[in-house]
Design a binder for this molecule. Structure first.
Ligand SMILES: CC(C)(COP(=O)(O)OP(=O)(O)OC[C@H]1O[C@@H](n2cnc3c(N)ncnc32)[C@H](O)[C@@H]1OP(=O)(O)O)[C@@H](O)C(=O)NCCC(=O)NCCS
Length: 176
């Protein structure tokens, strides 16, 4: 476990650290532009959290409010999630997933969706999702990577296509 591991909402002063974090963590994908676009518009209502160890930024997560079919604010989309390579495997990612889900529960969201490795997200209770369709086609081989977790009591299962804000409508973010 990293020393003095905490999470807090992202702040404008975090941008230099986030730029370094995204460059070092995602060497094969360009995910900083989607984070910048999501956080540039307060209307998207995106929840951005950083993980700190000894006061330094070591990880970041974004949670985006989304509709499902015609139901507004029906689910939260988790991602991106990244932890600096030198801080990985020491609990920061788990702390961010838990804090991100709790933040969205507090805002009344009862379902969180993610496109990610089932071996990782399964640890938190995410399971393959079939009723909510991703906003863009995903490769067949990634079918089980599209997952969801119910986070609130008494949630009603919604069905339909996930309605994402424009920064998430780039098909390359969905593997196609
Ligand atoms: C994936 C990532 C966010 C996990 O964060 P982390 O701080 O390293 O993870 P944690 O320390 O909380 O990991 C908890 C456990 O998950 C395991 N784990 C980490 N990444 C995993 C993966 N891709 N698949 C399966 N298990 C994984 C760890 O080994 C650890 O296991 P343990 O508790 O049995 O020792 C981080 O490794 C990362 O940023 N990777 C590169 C970017 C990436 O792939 N992001 C995910 C986008 S969907």
């Amino acid at each position: 476990m990293l020393p003095s591991l905490t999470t807090r909402p992202g702040e404008p002063g975090d941008w230099p650290d986030l730029r370094t974090l995204y460059a070092e963590t995602f060497t094969e994908e360009e995910l900083l532009p989607v984070v910048e676009a999501l956080l540039a518009d307060d209307g998207f209502g995106v929840c951005s959290l950083v993980a700190l160890s000894d006061g330094k930024v070591v990880g970041h997560i974004a949670m985006t409010p989304c509709g499902v079919g015609k139901t507004a604010d029906a689910a939260a989309l988790l991602g991106p999630l990244g932890v600096r390579p030198d801080a990985q495997g020491q609990g920061a990612g788990s702390a961010l997933v838990r804090a991100g889900c709790e933040a969205m529960v507090d805002r009344g969201f009862s379902q969180v969706l993610v496109l990610g490795d089932p071996a990782y997200y399964g640890r938190f209770g995410f399971r393959p999702e079939r009723d909510v369709t991703p906003p863009c086609p995903i490769p067949d081989a990634w079918k089980d990577a599209w997952q969801s977790m119910a986070t609130g009591a008494g949630c009603t299962q919604v069905k339909g296509t996930l309605q994402v804000p424009p920064p998430w409508r780039d098909p390359t973010l969905w593997g196609t």
